[in-house]
Design a protein around this ligand. Structure first.
Ligand code: SF4
Ligand code: SF4
Length: 355
């Protein structure tokens, strides 16, 4: 049986909901490394509700601080549009101020990890995510044109730095396959606790829609399938119709069946909640978005000879050894490159450009 918390909250008082989440899903953080990962889709202001609200992050950081961890790290790899600009994305959203001294750029140190041999044998995953003792995921209550909703499982797609996200979007080919891929990424490092910002949610053509809904809740769980099942029901959706939830259940990652979930709080269906088509066509058929995705997957890093000092940092940090020095200029091999763009993040002279 899974437990899901549904707790009333505003952005002024969400600390109480976060404390309740830690009571219901106790985590021994003493002496541990803790990574907190909000959903940071792209540079935007907090009141656009495209990202996890800074008030929720601030409350979680305060709760973690009180539990004597050895180290706290806050970070994410912004989505298809903002990579290479991690700091300014965090600044603009207000998440940098909420993270304070714990902010870390997760994009500059991916580690290669085996993925799906038939599709893409290796992906680069942020080292901080792989090395942490405890991972706390802070998803946002939003609709999504390709996966119909975002939530706990989809938030883990951000463990991939750089253009890998765009590349997988493109390789998936169909919405259904993309649903499956996000579960494959989620399984690479399943978070220990999920605290979901549903104080203000997003409906319509998410994940960056202007249509917002006052919901007034924070949800939490230690199982993503159960939590996403509850979010789906609140949106008026039958969870079993969402391929990513079906696949997660098939893999034994949890259950969304009402009989398998007990609630701490009350589940209310939000009246007339606007969701994208269940088949996920909203993004798959949107030519402008598809052009951006295609463009991102074609991009490759190239060093600017006028700025490069030949320091070699990019060569050293490339997780798949795709870069070699040729006449004091780093050159990336397009076949080997996994488009994590760690070389661009790490370059102290901003010499690595994306061609
Ligand atoms: S890290 Fe930047 S400056 Fe150093 S070798 Fe690479 S591109 Fe050149
Ligand atoms: S060349 Fe740059 S973008 Fe490509 S894999 Fe290496 S670090 Fe990542």
């Amino acid at each position: 049986m899974h437990l899901v918390m549904i707790h009333p909250a505003t952005y002024d008082n969400c600390r109480a909901a976060v404390e309740r989440a830690f009571e219901l899903f106790p985590q021994d953080l003493t002496g541990k490394k803790v990574v907190i990962k909000p959903n940071v889709l792209r540079a935007s202001t907090a009141d656009e509700h495209i990202v996890t609200h800074p008030a929720v992050l601030r409350a979680v950081v305060a709760a973690v601080e009180q539990r004597a961890p050895q180290e706290i790290v806050v970070g994410d790899n912004p989505g298809l549009f903002s990579y290479g600009d991690n700091e300014s994305t965090f600044e603009k959203t207000g998440l940098m101020a909420a993270a304070g001294k714990y902010y870390r750029n997760l994009g500059d140190s991916p580690r290669p990890i085996a993925f799906l041999p038939e599709l893409i044998p290796e992906v680069g995953v942020s080292r901080e995510i792989l090395d942490t003792d405890i991972l706390i995921s802070l998803p946002k209550f939003k609709s999504h044109g390709l996966t119909v909703m975002t939530g706990a499982i989809k938030n883990s797609y951000g463990i991939l730095p750089g253009a890998q996200k765009a590349r997988l979007h493109r390789m998936a080919g169909t919405p259904e396959r993309f649903h499956e891929l996000i579960v494959d990424v989620f399984r690479l490092r399943i978070p220990d606790l999920f605290i979901l910002d549903a104080v203000v949610g997003m409906e319509g053509n998410g994940p960056a829609s202007p249509d917002l809904r006052e919901i007034g809740l924070v949800l939490a769980a230690d199982n993503a399938v159960a939590l996403d099942g509850v979010v789906a029901r609140m949106m008026g959706l039958e969870p079993g119709r969402l391929r990513f939830l079906q696949k997660a259940r098939e893999l034994g990652l949890g259950d969304f069946d009402e009989q398998k979930i007990s609630l701490d709080g009350e589940l209310r269906i939000i009246p007339d909640f606007k969701v994208p088509p269940l088949g996920g066509e909203a993004i798959a058929c949107n030519e402008a978005v598809q052009e951006i995705i295609k463009g991102r997957t074609r991009v490759r890093p190239a060093a600017d000879p006028d700025l490069c000092t030949a320091c070699g940092l990019c060569v050293e940090h490339c997780p798949v050894e795709a870069i070699t020095m040729e006449a004091d200029l780093p050159v990336a091999d397009a076949e080997t490159c996994i488009t994590c763009f760690c070389c661009q993040e790490i370059c102290p002279d901003k010499a690595m450009t994306l061609d």
